[in-house]
Each structure stands twice: as structure tokens, then as C-alpha cells.
Design a binder for this molecule. Structure first.
Ligand code: PLP
Length: 424
């Protein structure tokens, strides 16, 4: 379909190789033949420059302790300057085995047991579990959802902050709603955090995956006062499909915050990414910008294809205007009443948010939602993320990962169309 030089139309066979997205289908969806469009990794092979760097390093045939993290600073700094105009210094960087590991680390370093930490639902489910598992309290400030899309509820934030919340986990771009927050929104949030002395844990793992004309802005780059209370998390993992290499970056410009981070490091000694992760990070940031641009063009095509297909063929299923990420937040609420009964409970994965209380759906909403997830798997043959896992605002929604080849996406949309056609 493309005149790109990278071939995203051909995807390798991933089933049977211990691949989370494919090989857990039976457990999660009760059947292993669904098209897997859930967890946030891509079906595309990574850039050849990354493979070359890994193979060269592997050929050395010696995998002892390394100082790879300390060699990554220039690559990270150049990348952030080139892509987003943010100047960071090498001494601000800390490396972790993933953004979630880093977030957990930051929650322990910058908040105390029992502190309130704000999340803006619907949002990436592990935020809630990380906060709770670390003995802190989750306070939700749901995003406003209007016909114009999703936005932060600043009135709600101010109330929560004035009641004493200590930190907020910002997700920008936002998973799952695909928003890329604007300069004005981030400034407003930053000012509130300064006023109420709230620490900002800014998860920007999807920040390379932005569709023009939208642009990524690092909240810490806007104002020194924001930076002084902020940890920014970035990684090559989503952008270059190397999440299995478990290497990501935390950026902390404030010296006192770095001291707290380093004290937590002394307590836990998590490793600073992996040997091959560091090699891949440098190859990605130094040599793969062209590959990323081609990927973005392909993903934008996929996102637009889904939007156009739904508008023209299944207007009862809605998707918000996608500004970033390859994760599309589908709204099935209009269909809920026409769906057949769910498979018996127990055969289908239950929304984990429901199980963990607080953020999950109520019982009646949960039954409608269970019907949705059951119908998506059994009738449409699709393995999507359950919206209810992202908070109670996600009841009636499901998250679709479009980072696959166009042929698979067309097949998925065609199966969805047929399933909707069979509803009375
Ligand atoms: C917003 C967000 N943060 C963090 C992660 C997980 O990152 P990591 O694998 O680096 O822990 C994901 C994965 O999908 C994500 O979407």
C-alpha cells in the first residue's frame, strides 16, 4: 500500500515464540484464535540498525557487567533536542528497567506511605496498582469527555490538590484516549502543581508517537518551577518496538530530587536497564529517526483508516480524534443493549480494575461490559483491552492497538462489521 522504504505491510509470525500479545490469547480471551490487538507493542520488526547493533554486541560473546547506561546520555540528549527542542544534561538522567519500574521507584522516593497520588482516568491500569501496591492512596480525577474529545478537569484537580494530594501521574500522550496535551493545558497543570506543592510524575513513554500537526511538549521543559518538581519518563521501547529489552530513562533536573532518587536506588539497586537495551537505545536514537518517520506515516494511515471505516460503516462505534499513540479508544456504549449474553463468568478475563475495587465498574455496568468483551472475542474474533480495566469511565469502551499491518487491520474491521451486522 505504501511508497515507504520500510516494509510495514509484512509482519513476522509471532505466535509460539513466547510472545505476550499472541501466546496469552487463550488465557485472556478464552480462545486463541482472536486477532490480538491489545497490549501496546507493535507487530513490526524493529529497524535494521537496531538489530545490527545488537548482533554486533552479541558477537562479542561476553555479557558481564557493563557501563552501558553511562554511554547513553549523549544519544538521549540529542534525541530530545532534535525531536522536541528540550535541552537536558547528562547528569539529569537515570536509567531503569522500564517506565513502570521507574514510576514505582519515584512513588517511593517522592511520596510517603498513605499519601494521595492523583491519576486521570480512564488511564493505563498499572498506575492504580503501582500506587496502591506501594501503600499510597489513589485519587482519581476523571478526564472530561465531551463531543470535542477528552480534556483534563482542572476544577477537579484544584479540589484534590487543595485537599493535600502529594503527586500526580501525568500520562502524555494519554493512554488510552490518544490526547497530546497542549502547551496551555500543561502550563495550567504545572501552575497548579507549583501552587499546591504537588510532584509531577510525567509518563511520556509514547511521546515519539505523535501525529502532525500535534507536537509533544515535555511539561518539565516549559518552566523551571515545573521542572523542579518533575520526573519525566521517556523510552525508545514503544517508538522502536523494543520493550522486551527493558531500558528506559528518567529525567530529573532538580538536584534535591536526584538525591532522593539516588537514596531510593541505594535501598533497592534496581539495574539501570539491560546490556542489550542500552545498545538498542543508542542505535535507535542515533540512527533510526528516518525509520520512525516512516512508521509514523504508516500508523497515521492506520488510525485514519479505522476512523473512516467506523464513520462510514459502523457509526454506532465511535473513536476520538487521535493525536498520538497507536492505541485507539473505541466507544461501544451505543451497542451495549443489543449485545447477546456473555459467556459464563470465568471463561473470559474479568476487568482487573473491577477486582481491585474503587476504579472498576458497578455490577450492572460490569455485566454490560462483560457482554461487550465476550462479544468482541466470540463474535468479532478480536482480542482488545477491556475498557473497564482503565477505570469505571471505561465501561462500554475497549482499546484497539492498530500497530499491525494494514491487511490485518482491514480483516479486523471487516470482522467487526460482520459482527455488528448480526446484531438484531
Ligand atoms: C503509558 C504507559 N506507561 C508505561 C508502560 C509500560 O512501560 P514499561 O514496559 O517501560 O514499563 C506502558 C505500556 O504500554 C504505557 O502505555
Amino acid at each position: 500500500m505504501t511508497n515507504l522504504t520500510c516494509n510495514f505491510d509484512t509482519i513476522p509470525t509471532r505466535a509460539g515464540r513466547g510472545t505476550l500479545k499472541y501466546d496469552l490469547r487463550g488465557d485472556l480471551f478464552g480462545r486463541s484464535d482472536v486477532i490480538p490487538m491489545w497490549v501496546a507493542d507493535m507487530d513490526f520488526e524493529c529497524a535494521p540498525q537496531i538489530k545490527k547493533a545488537i548482533v554486533e554486541r552479541a558477537d562479542h560473546n561476553l555479557y558481564g557487567y557493563d557501563i552501558g547506561a553511562s554511554l547513553c546520555g549523549g544519544s538521549v540528549g540529542n534525541w530530545l533536542r532534535r525531536r522536541n527542542g528540550w535541552e537536558v544534561e547528562c547528569e539529569w538522567l537515570r536509567f531503569t528497567t522500564g517506565v513502570l519500574a521507574g514510576l514505582g521507584f519515584a512513588i517511593r522516593a517522592f511520596t510517603e506511605a498513605g499519601d494521595a497520588v492523583v491519576i486521570q482516568t480512564p488511564v493505563y491500569p498499572p498506575f492504580r496498582t503501582l500506587v496502591e501496591a506501594n501503600g499510597r492512596r489513589v485519587v482519581t480525577n476523571p478526564l472530561h469527555h465531551t463531543a470535542d474529545g477528552f480534556a483534563m478537569d482542572f476544577g477537579g484537580l484544584e479540589k484534590i490538590f487543595s485537599a493535600g494530594a502529594r503527586a500526580i501521574i501525568l500520562c502524555n500522550p494519554h493512554n488510552p484516549v490518544g490526547r497530546v496535551f497542549t502547551r496551555d493545558e500543561l502550563t495550567r497543570l504545572g501552575e497548579l502543581c507549583v501552587e499546591y506543592d504537588v510532584t509531577i510524575l510525567s509518563d511520556e513513554i509514547h511521546s515519539d508517537l505523535i501525529f502532525a500537526p500535534h507536537r509533544h511538549i515535555h511539561i518539565a521543559s516549559l518552566d523551571e518551577r515545573f521542572a523542579a518538581r518533575c520526573v519525566t519518563f521517556v523510552a525508545p521501547s514503544k517508538s522502536f518496538n523494543i520493550a522486551g529489552l527493558a531500558t528506559s530513562v528518567a529525567i530529573i533536573s532538580d538536584e534535591k530530587m536526584r538525591e532522593k532518587w539516588d537514596a531510593e536506588y541505594a535501598r533497592s539497586h534496581i539495574i539501570e536497564g539491560t546490556l542489550f537495551g542500552h545498545v538498542a537505545l543508542r542505535a535507535a536514537y542515533d540512527h533510526c529517526e528516518g525509520w520512525l518517520e516512516e512508521l509514523l506515516a504508516y500508523l497515521k494511515g492506520n488510525v485514519e483508516y479505522v476512523h473512516t471505516f467506523l464513520c462510514e460503516n459502523i457509526p454506532s462505534v465511535k473513536a476520538p480524534c487521535q493525536q498520538g499513540t497507536y492505541l485507539v479508544w473505541l466507544d461501544f456504549r451505543e451497542l451495549l443493549d443489543s449485545l447477546p449474553p456473555a459467556r459464563l463468568v470465568g471463561e473470559l478475563v474479568e476487568p482487573s480494575a473491577a477486582a481491585s475495587g474503587g476504579g472498576g465498574p458497578t455490577n450492572s455496568a460490569s455485566s454490560g461490559h462483560r457482554r461487550l468483551m465476550s462479544w468482541l472475542a466470540d463474535e468479532a474474533g478480536l482480542g482488545l483491552n477491556s475498557g473497564a480495566d482503565f477505570g469505571r469511565e471505561g465501561v462500554g469502551f475497549a482499546r484497539l492497538n492498530v500497530a499491525t499491518n494494514r491487511a490485518t487491520l482491514e480483516q479486523a474491521m471487516s470482522q467487526l462489521y460482520d459482527a455488528v451486522g448480526r446484531l438484531c
